[in-house]
Design a binder for this molecule. Structure first.
Ligand code: IPE
Ligand code: IPE
Ligand code: MG
Length: 239
């Protein structure tokens, strides 16, 4: 079976999971953190090198203040509680998204997680936090324009590869698979540049219910897909 190098997940459906149980939305987010823990372990066990998780979008600020603060609080608790364990298991943590929009204590925690685990080589765990693809592309364009103004880059030399160097995902492989739970079939501004040729897999379960069986199913679906990258089908090659 073809094992992907990079799985990206849009962890969606926490609110509906809670609602179905008559619980407040925050209970869904808490259960979502448990699913995140399970998934990190499962992906690491499978020997997959990269896992990117969409945890908070640049559009999620439009939620009620109390929910935003619950989500910020859960990120802090997750890093404080799990960082040592992640480090012990050789996980390298990396964060993508707009740091400037985050509070100083969260910025410090994210930097601590990245610095502590910088030398690790088992699983690369990428957390997309205050991430939006259009925001990422606009920030990259701004820095590219600054570099051109300073003369360190010639506008005539700008190509897809140079542009990629200015994105948050520099040095990361593109995701082979983008999974979204909860039945919604959209990307919601998640990795629009990087997912140009990703296999999209939409799964009906709510994120807090996601487990190893769902991951296995996604991998099976991926293995059955034929990736062509604009070329001809593997079965139809004439030569
Ligand atoms: C995903 O679950 C978690 C975040 C977006 C942070 P939701 O909170 O979007 O749950 P639903 O979509 O309302 O069910
Ligand atoms: C996408 O989910 C963001 C995350 C999972 C962090 P949303 O629930 O915010 O997306 P929409 O609003 O349904 O498109
Ligand atoms: Mg949602």
């Amino acid at each position: 079976m073809t094992i992907p190098a990079h799985i990206a997940i849009i962890m969606d459906g926490n609110g509906r999971w809670a609602k179905a149980r008559g619980l407040p939305r925050v209970a869904g987010h808490r259960a979502g953190v448990e699913a995140l823990r399970r998934t990190v372990r499962a992906v690491a066990d499978m020997g997959i090198a990269w896992l990117t998780l969409y945890a908070f979008s640049s559009e999620n600020w439009s939620r009620p203040k109390s929910e935003v603060s619950d989500l910020m609080g859960l990120l802090k608790i997750y890093i404080r509680r799990d960082l040592a364990d992640l480090h012990r298991s050789g996980v390298r943590v990396r964060v993508i998204g707009d740091r400037d929009g985050l509070s100083p204590d969260i910025r410090a925690l994210l930097a601590e997680a990245e610095t502590l685990t910088a030398g690790n080589t088992s699983l690369n765990l990428v957390i997309a936090f205050n991430y939006g693809g259009r925001n990422e592309i606009a920030r990259a364009a701004r820095r590219l324009a600054q570099a051109a103004r300073e003369g360190s880059i010639n506008p005539d030399d700008i190509c897809e590869e140079t542009f990629g160097h200015f994105l948050d995902t520099v040095d990361m492989p593109d995701p082979d698979i983008v999974i979204r739970t909860s039945g919604e079939m959209r990307l919601s501004n998640f990795l629009p540049w990087q997912s140009a040729y990703s296999e999209l897999i939409f799964m009906p379960c709510y994120w807090p219910d996601f487990g190893r069986a769902d991951l296995d199913e996604a991998l099976k679906i991926f293995a059955s897909r034929e990736r062509r990258f604009g070329g001809v089908t593997a079965h139809g090659v004439a030569s």
